[in-house]
Structure formats: C-alpha cells, structure tokens
Design a protein around this ligand. Structure first.
Ligand SMILES: Cc1ncc(COP(=O)(O)O)c(C=O)c1O
Length: 382
C-alpha cells in the first residue's frame, strides 16, 4: 500500500470510494491535497489581492525543482509551459531543422509530436513502423541517417501504452548528431526517468495526467548545453535576467531555462501542480512503478483469462500505467462498464484503455475484471 503523509494515498482521492477510475492517462482525479492548495491560493487572493503572487512564485520555483528531481535534471534546465504541445513546439524551434533534413517519429505517436515538424514542409517526416503494439529500435535505426535532425517519441504511447527505450533511441540519434525529443505525458510520475543517464535532449510533460496536477500547466526540460542552440522562439519580460528592471532598450536573457519563460504563468495552476508533484515526490517513482507494475500485470493476466486480446506489450520494460484491450463495439462496451462504476476510456477504435494508477488496489482490479466478464457475457462478446 502506498502511504502519503502518514495515510494510504488512496484516501486522497474521493473518486476511489465508489468507482474504479481508470482514466488517469486522460485526466487524473483531483487529490484532496491538490484541492486544498487551490482553495488556499484563492482564499489569499480574495483576502489580500496581489499577496497571492508570493504563493504563485514559490510554486513556480518549487514545482520546477521537484520536476527536475523527478527526471534527474537540474532545475536550471526546466521551464514551465502551458502544455506539452507548447514544449514540443519550443523544442522543434530550437532544433530548427534545415531544409532537406528529416525527423523520425513512429506510428504510435501523438499528433503534438508530429505537427511541429509537419509545419515545416521542407523537412521530411519519417514514420517508424509499429508491429503488435510496439516499435522496435531497428525500425528507427533503418530510418535515421546523417540528415536526421531529431527523433521524436512519446516515451509511453497513449494508445497501446508501449514504453520506448530512451537510452537506445538517444544512442541511435546521437550517432548521427540528431536530438532526442521526448513527450513524457504518459510516463513521468509512473515510471522512473533519468534524462541524464538516458541521454534525452528535450522532454515535455503536462501536469494533468500522472503528476496529479491541473489542466494547462507543464514542464519543459532542455539539456543545459542546448539552451542556446538558437534564440528562444518566444520571449517576454520573464525571460530577462532582471524582469523588474523594466529595461525597454536592451534585452539580457537568462542563461538557464528561464530564458524560455515568457511572462506570468497560471498561479492557481502551478500551486495545484506543486501539490500534485509532492504526492509523486513523497511516494517516489520507483515505488509508484512497482505498485503500478504489479496491478497492471494482475489486470493483463485477468483480461487474457477472460479471452480478451491485450494490446499492451507484456514485457514490464515496455509498458507503464496503460493497459489496453481489443473489444468489439468498444464504445458500447465501455458505456456498459461506466454504468457499473468502471470508468475506463475509449479513444481509439476497437480498444478500451485502463490506466492503472497509484490510488488503485487489488480489489479495484478484481472488480474491473468481474465487471468485464459480466458485460462480455451479457453482450455475448469477448
Ligand atoms: C502522449 C500525449 N502527448 C500530448 C498530449 C497532449 O498534451 P497537452 O494538451 O498538454 O499538449 C496527450 C494527451 O492529452 C498525450 O497523451
């Protein structure tokens, strides 16, 4: 059992009382401590107006420090961003691929990992082939060449929940002087990440999934020596070393990732993000992953025993919190699950996704499997 602040972490999530909420990879549920942090911010703002800035500024700095710790980076390599897509776009602009170059993505990726490159018609986008819910390193190897500017992946893919081997990809990319760009939306907070050891160059992540924070806040990691790869694509007064200097004639930018900051960020959002990060930090990514790994295995084995085809790779190194199964008439099937208190997700055709998280327990998995069995039996499908 995972303990937070002396009590089972599950007690932080009211939603776990009567439902099995399996949609954390879509939007995490709000923990009591996160709600309390937002309430405190709003109360101070109501009572004292701009005194709320102190809370926001602290959350801003502490949040970056905790995220840096989570991925084994330096706080000076982290900028806050509005969303993952913004971070990926900033990375693409810093890399600024030359005409005639190529970028390698894969067939299981998210749109936001492709659009910043498709925006550049002079750059070829190559898609590494996926087979049985995974993309082999050899598929990337076959596409990366000396004209490759970047390899861009979702660390964990949002459909099948396939976890890429970041160190293997970084090695392939770096052999050809290309950069590795990572979307950690479905991995940070579920599996341990060490950007330095793996050789990741850029990593973008939102708070509203496995970091238990709010919508519309996130973090961008840029490896220290790449911060000045090009001019920041977006700047503002908070990119400057002395934001309160009000210098309108010259611009002296921060040397660290603050140069990528633009202006004031979402105060209530970052206060909530910090509260969510504190949960992940206290539990620690190793313990969270062990908890998730065991429950995820229980779910996958049980689904297979029911005769369902699990699409998520079986190997623990190739998965994280997402477990996806193939189901006929998936939208209707999922609707039936929802009515019985099993809140799974239906996003891609023919698939139902279940996101196993730190607030789940064995009984949740048993209840999910029993409900799957009941719905399958009532529909005559499996
Ligand atoms: C892998 C992945 N990347 C990116 C996103 C979008 O993130 P954002 O809205 O923060 O840009 C999502 C889901 O919303 C996702 O699952």
């Amino acid at each position: 059992m995972l303990i937070y602040q002396g009590s089972p972490v599950r007690e932080q999530f009211d939603i776990a009382d009567d439902k099995v909420y399996l949609r954390a990879a879509n939007i995490c549920p709000c923990a009591n401590s996160v709600a309390a942090a937002i309430d405190d911010f709003v109360a101070l703002w109501r009572r004292e107006g701009d005194a709320c800035w102190g809370l926001a500024e602290n959350a801003f700095e502490e949040g970056k420090a905790l995220f840096a710790k989570l991925i084994d980076a330096d706080a000076g390599e982290i900028a806050t961003i509005e969303n993952t897509s913004m971070g990926l776009s900033i990375a693409a602009s810093l890399i600024a691929p030359q005409p005639g170059s190529n970028v390698v993505v894969d067939e299981l990726t998210h749109q936001s990992n492709v659009y910043p490159w498709l925006l550049r018609p002079e750059v070829e986008v190559r898609y590494a082939h996926a087979e049985s819910g995974r993309v082999a390193l050899s598929e990337f190897e076959a596409l990366i060449d000396d004209n490759t500017a970047a390899v861009d992946v979702c660390h964990v893919t949002m459909g099948h929940g396939f976890r890429h081997d970041l160190a293997g990809l970084a090695e392939l990319a770096h052999e050809h002087a290309a950069y590795l760009v990572v979307d950690a939306a479905q991995s940070a907070g579920v599996v341990p990440i060490d950007v330095a050891a793996a050789g990741v160059d850029f990593l973008s992540c939102p708070t509203f999934k496995w970091l238990y924070g709010p919508l519309g806040a996130g973090f961008l990691f840029v490896r220290k020596d790449l911060l000045k790869l090009g001019p920041p694509p977006l700047v503002g007064w908070m990119s400057a070393r002395r934001p309160a200097g009000f210098d309108i004639h010259s611009m002296e930018l921060h040397d660290d990732a603050r140069r990528l900051q633009r202006g004031v960020h979402n105060g209530a959002g970052l206060v909530a993000a910090l509260a969510g990060l504190r949960i992940v930090d206290e539990l620690g990514p190793e313990r969270i992953w062990e908890h998730t790994r065991v429950l995820g295995r229980q779910l996958m084995v049980g689904l297979e025993e029911l005769g369902l085809a699990v699409l998520t790779p079986k190997n623990d190194n190739e998965r994280a919190g997402i477990v996806t199964v193939s189901v006929k008439e998936a939208a209707d099937f999922n609707g039936a699950l929802t009515k019985l208190g099993i809140l799974a997700g239906q996003y891609l055709p023919g698939q139902i996704r279940m996101d196993v998280a730190l607030f789940h327990n064995e009984e949740d998995i048993e209840r999910t499997l029993a409900t799957f069995s009941k719905v399958a039996a009532s529909r005559g499908t499996a």
